[in-house]
Design a protein around this ligand. Structure first.
Ligand SMILES: *Cc1c(COP(=O)(O)O)cnc(C)c1O
Length: 438
């Protein structure tokens, strides 16, 4: 058993940097969740990462389970990815003209993911989703998009919507600056609800351009869907000629090389990617059936472009990352080590009958403060995040870094060895004992 050292965290440098940052950026950050508003304290400014570890500006060291919110499936500063970027760097950073590296990454992926016949690279997950939504509308010449409550698809206007009251509802804007008119062309349904899905298609089937879903919703807890629900969605989209879009920005290359589509054996018409596909540099991608992709400019009438799309540094980093993922047994090993980690923690918390559970698939895990029943819908999550906040601080004091929000999932990388996971599990157990001692 590992001995766990608890220590008060010194973060004078991070605090000074955060004060400065607040004069430069709204909330002191360039993406809101980084501000630590959902947990105690202020953000750690990170100096470097190596393997499974992070160091902040005050030289506190942490085992990292945030992994840059998912991209770093091979941990920080992986030697093969670093070398690929260094080699590309010798040749220049951007040309605004096609390069061999775009072909190489696209071919590597298309050869291995059967439902991707053609793809296009962009620079973020949001951009991939935005483009896929426009494409679904352009291809079908219809207006409505269906999304599910509890799924996040980036910050495009049309999907910053929440459900109104009732089962099948037109979206209500969930952000200032998103007009009700924009939100009104998005229908919002609950996850894992067959009746709502059937009602929606019965009422609006001929007007639905596309349906977008995180097949493994992992941005608002980890809301594992029943296979039958996803299959029904596939069937209804086919029947009504609506484009089924799997948003695999988290699940793609994470739960298997072919993402959730591969795990469930269900093929979407289009899929969107981000995070892992760039190996830590900004890459997004969308792709799917070739007759749909033929609508994209310059082949077709749906406009989409990008100055830095297919950037050679990012393509090289991405190819190194997905090549490592394609190694035989990679995902089995990821799942096995993550399960070992989760079981280490749960065997303790169950013996103590703590109101705590961990939902897991592959190398994604989510901490649920509940009695152990499986949570599949956003509204089933207990909104009281106090126990998570306490755990988050207790873990920092024990050298473990989690994403600073109880709605976010954790990620295990290929360099989180069994040894490191044992040590992290011991820290979790010690921290949970403190939280539940009140
Ligand atoms: C992270 C994420 C996005 C947005 O990607 P960005 O690169 O942050 O724009 C979209 N969809 C899902 C499922 C995501 O997890």
């Amino acid at each position: 058993m590992h001995t766990i050292e608890k220590k008060a965290i010194v973060k004078n440098t991070s605090e000074a940097l955060f004060e400065k940052a607040k004069t430069l950026f709204p909330g002191g950050v360039n993406s809101p969740v980084r501000a630590f508003k959902s947990v105690f304290g202020s953000p750690h400014f990170i100096k470097k990462g190596d393997g499974p570890y992070l160091w902040d500006e005050d030289d506190n060291q942490f085992i990292d389970f945030c992994c840059s919110w998912g991209p770093l499936i091979h941990g920080h500063n992986h030697p093969q990815i670093r070398t690929a970027i260094e080699n590309a760097l010798q040749l220049g950073t951007s040309f605004g003209a096609p390069t061999r590296k775009e072909n190489d990454l696209a071919e590597f992926i298309i050869e291995r993911i059967p439902h991707l016949e053609k793809v296009r690279f962009v620079s973020s997950g949001t951009e991939a989703v935005m483009s896929a939504i426009r494409l679904a509308r352009g291809y079908t010449e219809r207006n409505y998009i269906v999304k599910f409550e509890g799924c996040y698809h980036g910050h495009l206007d049309q999907l910053l919507v929440k459900a109104g009251s009732g089962l099948v509802t037109f979206g209500e804007s969930s952000s200032a600056g998103v007009t009700e008119k924009m939100a009104a062309e998005t229908l919002v349904l609950p996850l894992n609800d067959l009746q709502a899905l059937e009602d929606c298609f019965a009422n609006y089937g001929s007007e639905i351009a596309g349906v977008i879903i995180e097949p493994i919703p992992a941005n608002n807890g980890l809301l594992l869907q029943e296979n039958g629900f996803l299959q029904k969605l596939r069937d209804l989209c086919s029947e009504h000629h609506a484009v089924l879009i799997f948003d695999e920005v988290i699940s793609g290359f994470r739960v298997g090389f072919s993402g959730a589509a591969g795990v469930y054996g269900i093929s979407p018409d289009l899929a969107t990617y981000g995070k892992i596909i760039g190996g830590g540099l900004p890459v997004g991608m969308y792709g799917g059936r070739k007759e749909i992709m033929a609508c994209i400019s310059p082949d077709g009438p749906v406009y989409q472009a990008g100055t830095l799309s297919g950037n050679p540094l990012a393509m090289s980093s991405g190819l190194a990352a997905v090549s490592l993922c394609a190694a035989p047994g990679f995902y089995e090993d990821q799942g096995r080590r993550t399960q070992f980690f989760v079981e280490c923690i749960l065997s303790h918390t169950q013996s103590k009958a703590y109101k705590f559970n961990i939902q897991q698939i592959g190398s994604i895990f989510w901490l649920a403060f509940n009695d152990g029943s499986v949570i599949r819908k956003a509204e089933e999550i207990d909104p009281d995040m106090t126990p998570f906040k306490m755990l988050h601080r207790a873990l920092l004091e024990r050298g473990v870094y989690l994403g600073p929000s109880g709605y976010e999932v954790g990620f295990v990388s290929s360099v989180h060895s069994e040894e490191i996971l044992e040590q992290a599990a011991a820290a979790f157990i010690d921290a949970l004992d403190e939280v539940f001692a009140g």
